[in-house]
Design a protein around this ligand. Structure first.
Ligand SMILES: [Zn+2]
Length: 690
């Protein structure tokens, strides 16, 4: 085959003739990726070489803007590839992923450590006050300089060589970490016979049947290790033996001593991160990582986490005693174990708030909650949604909507991929197939939300738990950050912000989901269409603050262990399990609660460096989101137009073009007030317990 023929045959290398130039998924096969990546790497390298060989004096346009224009094909191919890797993989894709992650590191290293390129950027940065740049250009120059500097572009040749090796190895390790986790999740399931369903709701059993069907076991019912299965099971199954089985499998993911074990990878990742931080002149990886964040230092992160930890732990211990008393009152003669907590907490909640998740689920159908999320965005930001059936997707369950602005102008496409399946990794996330920018004309974004909700079986609609509904709004909040983005330069687009700021738009959006105004309108019974009865709504809202000690403890312990992994010498965590236990003992972790993510399944911090020493970010952002929603409450209207306009102009549309602290103050008129977080979680009044 001639080279031209090969090129025209590869759908990743030709302009897409689809509506809005979306990826033609049905034409793309695994074998197209490696040649497309090779072409994309070559193009990108040539573009960067043109910048470094440019004989004219460096200026903003021929250096920084030229860099922003480079790598278009690489972005295009990568976006499609990583969407499939995470949302719909197969053995061929995962095999290619191993090769691509290494090739990617090998491609980026010489660019990010290119002395000539860095010299041009540094010269502009030095002279930035005289360049007559717009505010966005100034921010872009600063971010570009910082990115190169922090990648080691200013190091000696010898140090750069070592950095390159480290980056390559870290890329391999991160990829195998996520493959292992997926492997352990794919391998495990528990079949639920008729006798094994005590306590489970009809909708749960229906979902378990759908899961069996998806794995080729039609007629049976199984539960998998997806969080959407494991947590509701632990909450409702009356079979203590099965709860123990599921709990143990869930917390053991990546820690089973089999081919998917992640312990060794963690040890090596931490050692390499420490070495790279040292090469760059930082005492620890956390110090390196946090310098480029809102928090700035490990001490600031620890300060926030410890402040929350104390009241959360006290609340959890008080709750534990109450749960133990409940077991005794039930005639149980055993000590509360980790696999009992959710079950008895749910019973206690039913007793106290007269509310259980199963009662509200019929009112939270997936379709109604999608409608609710869209409607809030329409009322806040004036955008409208219309489903499109003509956009190619990667799996038949994926739905696509077109978003238009107030004037009816096309703004974005939104892809929703909501159901759990074995080809999808666990969790929920937002990503994009194309980012908003207007460097060379308007580019409209293609934004994706992926979730792992249990599908309804036998044609029944999918029903969400309150946690699922909140996740839907969370990811949609990220989605809005991408869709409402209004910046010129691609690297500042949408969610390209500090990790401890990125959860603000998502967590803030969750607030609307639990408002009576929204639930009254959209929480309708999936069979009868009846609105959520007022007393159930009130009990639901009252129950929201329930078990917050547990939720806060499982989160903060994970964040603290993440921080310790990256602050202490890597040698201290050579035995990962021992390190985990020692750190948890140090903070007085209640024995009946596990970390939300134990180390071997802590994909946030080990599959890549995005959340490494950064898991605290959710809580950092929560300080802001709890405080930010107060602006609407103070205005007396959760859709107050003036507040919504500021929210759009200062937060959702600015991407990384503005300093996050300045963006927040512009929106709120002041710094966030930190107690809002404790108040929201109901942790301001501390129970009197050790
Ligand atoms: Zn998020």
């Amino acid at each position: 085959m001639s080279e031209t023929a090969a090129t025209t045959a590869n759908p990743l290398l030709v302009p897409w003739q689809t509506p809005h130039q979306t990826p033609p998924f049905s034409e793309i096969a695994p074998e197209h990726f490696l040649p497309a990546f090779e072409q994309a790497f070559a193009d990108h390298t040539a573009e960067v070489t043109a910048i470094t060989h440019d004989p004219s004096v460096p200026d903003f346009d021929n250096t920084v803007t030229a860099l922003e224009r480079s790598g278009k094909l690489l972005n295009k191919v990568s976006a499609v590839f990583y969407d499939l890797v995470s949302a719909h993989s197969n053995p061929a894709i995962l095999e290619i992923d191993k090769e691509v992650s290494l090739r990617m590191a090998r491609h980026w290293n010489p660019i990010m450590m290119n002395a000539v390129l860095f010299g041009r950027i540094a010269m502009l940065h030095e002279n930035r006050a005289n360049l007559r740049l717009t505010a966005e250009q100034m921010r872009l120059l600063e971010r570009t300089y910082t990115r190169f500097h922090r990648s080691g572009a200013g190091l000696s040749e010898e140090a750069k060589k070592r950095m390159a090796e480290i980056n390559e190895r870290l890329a391999e390790l991160g990829t195998s970490f996520s493959h292992h986790l997926l492997g352990d999740e794919q391998d495990w399931f528990l079949e639920l016979g008729e006798d094994d369903r005590a306590g489970l709701s009809d909708s749960f059993v229906a979902a378990a049947k759908a899961a069996a069907e998806e794995r080729g076991m039609a007629g049976k019912a199984i539960i998998t290790l997806s969080r959407s299965f494991a947590e509701p099971f632990l909450k409702s199954s009356a079979r203590r033996d099965l709860r123990e089985k599921v709990y143990k499998a869930f917390v053991a993911r990546g820690d089973n001593g089999n081919a998917n074990d992640n312990n060794e990878a963690i040890v090596e990742i931490l050692a390499l991160r420490e070495e790279s931080a040292n090469l760059l002149g930082y005492p620890t990886y956390a110090a390196y990582r946090l310098e480029d964040s809102m928090a700035k230092t490990p001490e600031a992160v620890r300060g926030l986490l410890e402040r929350v930890w104390k009241p959360a732990r006290a609340r959890a211990l008080a709750d534990r005693d109450e749960l133990q008393a409940m077991i005794a009152a039930d005639g149980g003669n055993f000590a509360l174990a980790p696999w009992d907590w959710r079950y008895y907490a749910e019973k206690l909640r039913q007793a106290k708030a007269n509310f259980d998740d199963a009662a509200i689920k019929p009112y939270l159908s997936l379709d109604h909650m999608i409608e609710a999320a869209f409607d809030c965005a329409t009322r806040l930001f004036g955008i409208t949604f219309a489903e499109r059936k003509d956009i190619p997707v990667w799996h038949p369950d994926v739905r696509v909507w077109e978003i238009r602005d107030r004037e009816g102008k096309h703004k974005a496409l939104f892809y929703g991929d909501y159901f759990a399946r074995s080809s999808k990794r666990s969790g929920a996330w937002m990503t994009s197939l194309r980012d908003q920018q207007k460097l060379d004309g308007e580019t409209a974004p293609l934004i994706i939300n992926v979730c792992n909700f249990a599908k309804g079986a036998g044609g029944e609609p999918a029903l969400l738990s309150p946690d699922d509904a909140r996740t839907l709004f969370h990811e949609f909040g990220h989605g809005l950050h991408g869709m409402l983005s209004n910046v010129t330069y691609p690297s500042l687009s949408g969610t390209s912000v500090f990790t401890d700021f990125v959860e603000l738009p998502s967590q803030l959006y969750e607030h609307w989901q639990e408002r009576p105004e929204v639930l009254q309108k959209f929480a309708r019974h999936y069979q009868t269409g009846e609105p959520l009865p007022e007393d159930l709504l009130q009990r639901f809202l009252a129950a929201r603050k329930f078990n917050q000690g547990f939720a806060t403890v499982e989160f903060v312990s994970s964040a603290l262990v993440d921080l310790e992994f990256h602050t202490q010498p890597a040698a201290a965590s050579r035995d990962v399990r021992a390190f985990e236990q020692a750190e948890l003992a140090k903070i007085g972790m209640p024995a009946e609660i596990a970390m939300r993510h134990r180390p071997t399944q802590f994909g946030h911090i080990f599959t890549g460096d995005h959340y490494a020493a950064g898991y605290y970010s959710y809580m950092w952002s929560e300080v802001m989101d709890a405080d930010a929603f107060g602006a609407f409450e103070e205005a007396g209207n959760i859709f107050d137009p003036a507040t919504a306009k500021r929210l759009h102009d200062d937060i959702y549309s600015t991407g990384g073009s503005v300093d996050p602290e300045a963006a927040y103050v512009a929106f709120r008129g002041r710094e966030p007030e930190p107690d809002a977080l404790l108040r929201r979680r109901g942790l301001l009044e501390t129970p009197k317990v050790a």
